[in-house]
Design a protein around this ligand. Structure first.
Ligand code: NAP
Length: 277
């Protein structure tokens, strides 16, 4: 097989299910804006099909890929060249070529750092309340460590998963909150981060009790493209709230840089995501 470079190379987002992914729209907008012929596709790939996908990727001259559930962790068993962030988090969302080898990165870390950049002083001086203990929460914890956050108060529906994260991450210090202490409030934190899946459905409640919102607190929601109960509660209490669009776009920016060694047109990416930088 021979890849005809001048006609463009393929990229994919893989995972299952994939119906709602915005990634092809974002990345193809950036390729068009840069005048590059590459094309980015969505391909449903289950856990047992991942090895076959990697064979296809190599044979078809794939330029890169994004991985989503349920492949973010499983891919580490099949691609062993990965960054420090991927090792710490135990999950990757980006596959790229590094010379002749395939390599993994977790660009959610930089995406989250960009999302909380407006409050970076408060992150490094005070603690953060983090809700959730899945893949996104682990990327947030790693990023918070890099940003110098001293302490995270972590709540998760399944408490044992939060306890496991407390044992995995040395920095920041993690204190696990049970349901009663979440309800009681009185946190030494300015930022509350929703890294649970609550908010994906319009009828979802907020994972953070409205009565625990304190003056000056900011609600940072990883859910993007919708006004969630979590965000509305903060605004109704006169506090700031932000959705996860910046994280979505900035993790895409970092992936695009890894694939092309170039800077994407951020306006094209934000435009395709339905927002502005
Ligand atoms: P995940 O690994 O499946 O983790 C899901 C998390 O949500 C777990 O902590 C889970 O708790 C919790 N959860 C699920 N249903 C819940 C419920 N009914 N009540 C309370 N907690 C519940 O998913 P993920 O990859 O971490 O993603 C989490 C969220 O972040 C999703 O909304 C995703 O779209 C968003 N995200 C956004 C970006 C972005 O770029 N903005 C990037 C990554 C992820 P249990 O442990 O108890 O199951």
């Amino acid at each position: 097989m021979r890849v005809l470079e001048e006609h463009g190379r393929p990229l994919w987002v893989i995972g299952k299910p994939l119906e709602h992914t915005l990634s092809p729209r974002l990345h193809n907008a950036a390729f068009d804006a840069a005048g590059l012929p590459h094309r980015y596709f969505a391909l449903e790939v289950g856990r047992d099909e991942l090895a076959a996908f990697l064979r296809l990727f190599r044979a078809a001259g794939g330029l890169g890929a994004n991985l989503t559930l349920p492949l973010k962790e499983a891919v580490l068993e099949l691609v062993d060249h990965h960054s420090e962030a991927v090792a710490a988090i135990g999950a990757a969302n980006t596959l790229y070529r590094d010379g002749d080898t395939l390599a993994l990165e977790n660009t959610d870390v930089e995406g989250f750092e960009s999302l909380v950049a407006p409050w970076s002083d408060r992150v490094s001086e005070r603690g953060v309340v983090l809700l959730g203990a899945g893949g996104a929460a682990r990327a947030c914890l790693h990023a918070l460590g890099r940003l110098g956050c001293p302490r995270v108060q972590l709540w998760n529906r399944t408490r044992s998963r939060a306890v496991r994260l407390r044992e995995t991450f040395e920095r920041p210090t993690v204190e696990v909150l049970d349901d009663a202490s979440l309800e009681a409030g009185g946190f030494e934190a300015d930022l509350v981060v929703n890294a649970t899946s609550l908010g994906l459905n319009p009828s979802d409640p907020s994972p953070f009790p409205a009565g625990a919102i304190q003056p000056g607190m900011v609600g940072v929601d990883l859910v993007y493209g919708r006004d969630t109960r979590f965000q509305r509660d903060f605004r109704e209490h006169g506090e700031e709230a932000v959705g996860g669009l910046t994280m979505l776009v900035e993790q895409a920016v970092r992936a695009w840089q890894l694939w092309t060694d170039r800077e994407p047109d951020r306006d094209a990416l934000y435009g395709a995501a339905g927002g502005s930088p």
